[in-house]
Design a protein around this ligand. Sequence first.
Ligand code: ATP
Ligand code: MG
Length: 412
Amino acid sequence: MYNHIMIRYGEIALKGKNQKDFLNRLVHNIKEQIKTDLDFNPVIEKEMGRLYLLLDGRAPEDFYDSLNHIFGITSYSPARKTGLELEDIKATALEELRGAMQSMGLDTCKFRVTVKRAEKKFPIKSPEMQQIIAAHMLKNIPGLKADLHNYDVDLLLEIRPEGTYIYTRSFEGLRGLPVGSSGRGVVLLSGGIDSPVAGWLAMKRGVTVEAVHFHSYPYTSEQAKEKVLELAKRMAKYSNRVVVHMVPFTKIQEEIAHYCHDNMRIPIMRRIMVRIAEEIARQRDCLAIFTGDNLGQVASQTMESIYAINDVATMPILRPCITREKEEIIQIAQKIDTYETSILPYEDCCTVFVPKEPKTRPKVDACEKEEEKLDLPALIAAAVENTERIIVYGKDKPERRNIAEEPTVDAE
Ligand code: ATP
Ligand code: MG
């Protein structure tokens, strides 16, 4: 019976404190994810560059979906752990090979044995051990063929001080860094294709991401808000949960439409979004703003626009999608399961107030001149004050509203 899942992680490029944070955070995230998904508190052992999840009588398959959504895992294998006695190892290896053949629907197969001997006190060297195990398989399973190069099953044995792990299958993990190991940031989440991908890419580099969405209800519908919550929920599959800040933007949009020059609406709107996002970021201990900007895609994404928008920022604005081809972004969106939601046809606050001829090369001083016509401090303060906060989870757990109590530092 399988009793462990062996989890591999790639900390090779990390040094010193980063490495320790990486590992502690990874263990924490795996535990939290499994607790949320399966309502079960797993034991995870750390041993010499590996993690071992104890199955405690459960099937390994129960955990795959959770593990497939955790950044920092390079690969994992369901494994049978036994001791260091030769007879036990032989019997367990036979059980594993039989199980693998059965799951592949094979009566017989070509196989090879790979032994890694991390426990140098184990008396039999790897090449000899490979032969002993192969001989035992050949004796017990009729029609079996050993073939080093052209094999159906690779039977792997890792002999370690604490026991021997035996497995035949490995599954790819997401790689990246565990969410929470690189600090905190907000992502400006529209209802489009790019910003959920930007948020996901930030998570992949270890950032705990909170979402900020600007809505123009009732110009935009209730469904448009629900769509954004659904996107955040899909992102939360990769980080257990996401805090969403729903900012009322209607008043600001109306004032811009009323007082500011038509073709300057978009950069002004974006500059105000940045100022509000920074306020929220500061309240939530976030140090950067992520957006789905992509160079050259639309009027607000020329170098001049980005320059004009960036000019009001005091925090770094990071743009993970900036140089990617649209096709590449769509592929990621499909992989992470946000695409279908993103293409739902609900309007965005920007599309409702879009000018006929937006300026593609807005100048900072022109923006500043237009902004003098607005009472920005009051408008921004009111928007921040009336922001609704919602926590969504990746699993079918009900969302929670009003997060005054929600800490910004995850409890270890
Ligand atoms: P997306 O596909 O993410 O909507 P886009 O290609 O449509 O991006 P824009 O509409 O110019 O480009 O938006 C650029 C970025 O500004 C978005 O990726 C997002 O980060 C941010 N943004 C735009 N509208 C909103 C909004 N209503 N709420 C929050 N962020 C927004
Ligand atoms: Mg958009």
